[in-house]
Design a protein around this ligand. Structure first.
Ligand code: ADP
Ligand code: TRP
Length: 347
């Protein structure tokens, strides 16, 4: 049976090379291995962007520029199997989210670790939206009959909730829809197997290789942004924190800084991992490795930024028009099935 794959990347800030290597590039790889009949939905969950207070004056522009990043990264938007869209342009998301929230229990929402973590760090402003956000995420997935949702492990719990909601409603309405009201996404283990198309990648901060590179990190020296000037990015790499063992090896435990640099070199140059590790093993000059990585990063950024400048607003809008028309069609079909089951429309 053909597969539906969907993923969404939040749009409220500047993306970095970790996001690119860990999330954007894997989607491009997945696209290259699509089989006939498969569909890949790539969307921006813009309604999710203000579950915590955000800067609304730049939200629209950020959404559009993040969508352009996918095109610059090589997502083939001409393909008849790829659809790009913005969540808020498909009203069915909000409507199904409401419906699902009426079948979600307070207790199961309270268990969500992301809610617990985020509400602890923003005690002043915990909104109902932050609490019920997993129901919206479930709607995002169920509307498109998705099997695979390539996301990081922080989203595992939300995915399991989505499965539970789908199964709960399928059971409830089994007499109306014996084949299932919703397609149930694959279990986490199968998601991981599917994602190993992309090796799980965790790029570390250049200034503290014990932490992951992250946009919430305030130390900009540790993070290479996709819009960094290539020369500045090179400097950040030349100043990356390493160790004093004076011998290069792939060893996250004892040489996380060096291993992070090797990983960047492998990913940025699309090289074979074991050959790169073999080549550098035992070499003593960290400066040479840094120099190679900084050249690779500068080359990557120059090419990426060039591609990005070639993506016109017109191309993006055309892509969105096509993607959103398809998304609306599929989402409305699913929503109508649900409305009929609930008694909102005549069966
Ligand atoms: P951030 O930590 O920068 O806020 P998000 O949590 O918004 O990033 O993650 C967006 C996507 O980018 C996720 O799919 C996540 O797995 C991926 N990602 C984020 N940081 C890294 C990193 N340092 N290395 C690899 N992938 C990452
Ligand atoms: N919750 C995801 C995040 O915080 C983003 C997201 C929203 C998403 N809806 C989704 C991801 C549906 C995959 C599928 O990163």
């Amino acid at each position: 049976m053909s597969k539906n794959i969907l993923t969404g990347l939040q749009s409220n800030s500047n993306l970095h090379i970790g996001n690119y290597l860990g999330a954007i590039k894997p989607i491009i790889k997945i696209q290259q291995s699509l089989e006939s009949g498969d569909k890949l939905y790539m969307f921006v969950p813009d309604l999710h962007s203000f579950t915590l207070p955000t800067e609304h004056s730049t939200l629209f522009a950020n959404t559009m520029s993040n969508l352009k990043l996918y095109i610059a990264a090589g997502l083939d938007v001409q393909s008849s199997q790829v659809f790009m869209f913005r969540q808020s342009f498909i009203p069915a998301h909000s409507e199904l989210a409401w419906i699902l929230s009426c079948f979600s229990y307070i207790g199961e929402m309270e268990r969500m670790t992301q809610f617990k973590a985020k509400s602890q760090s923003h005690e002043q402003s915990i909104t109902l939206g932050l609490f019920s956000y997993p129901a919206l995420m479930a709607a995002d997935i169920l509307l498109y009959n998705c099997d695979y949702i390539p996301v990081g492990s922080d989203q595992q719990q939300h995915l399991e909730l989505t499965r539970n909601l789908a199964i709960r409603l399928n059971n409830k309405f089994t007499s109306l829809y014996p084949e299932g009201l919703f397609r149930v996404p694959k279990v986490w283990k199968e998601q991981l197997e599917f994602m190993s198309l992309r090796e799980a990648v965790k790029v570390r901060s250049l200034s503290n290789p014990l932490k992951k590179m992250s946009k919430s990190d305030h130390d900009i020296k540790g993070t290479i942004y996709l819009n960094d000037d290539p020369e500045i990015a090179s400097k950040k790499i030349m100043q990356a924190q390493t160790d004093n063992l004076a011998s290069i090896d792939w060893d996250w435990q004892n040489q996380p800084g060096i291993t992070n640099l090797l990983q960047l070199l492998i990913l940025l140059t699309d090289s074979d991992k074991s050959s790169v590790i073999e080549y550098w093993r035992g070499k003593t000059r960290y400066g040479e490795l840094k120099h190679e990585v900084s050249e690779a990063a500068a080359k990557f950024l120059t090419r990426f930024q060039q591609n990005l400048s070639n993506v016109s607003n017109e191309q993006l809008i055309n892509t969105l028009n096509i993607g959103e028309a398809q998304a609306r069609k599929v989402a409305n079909q699913t929503l109508l099935k649900v409305q009929k089951a609930l008694g909102l429309r005549e069966f």
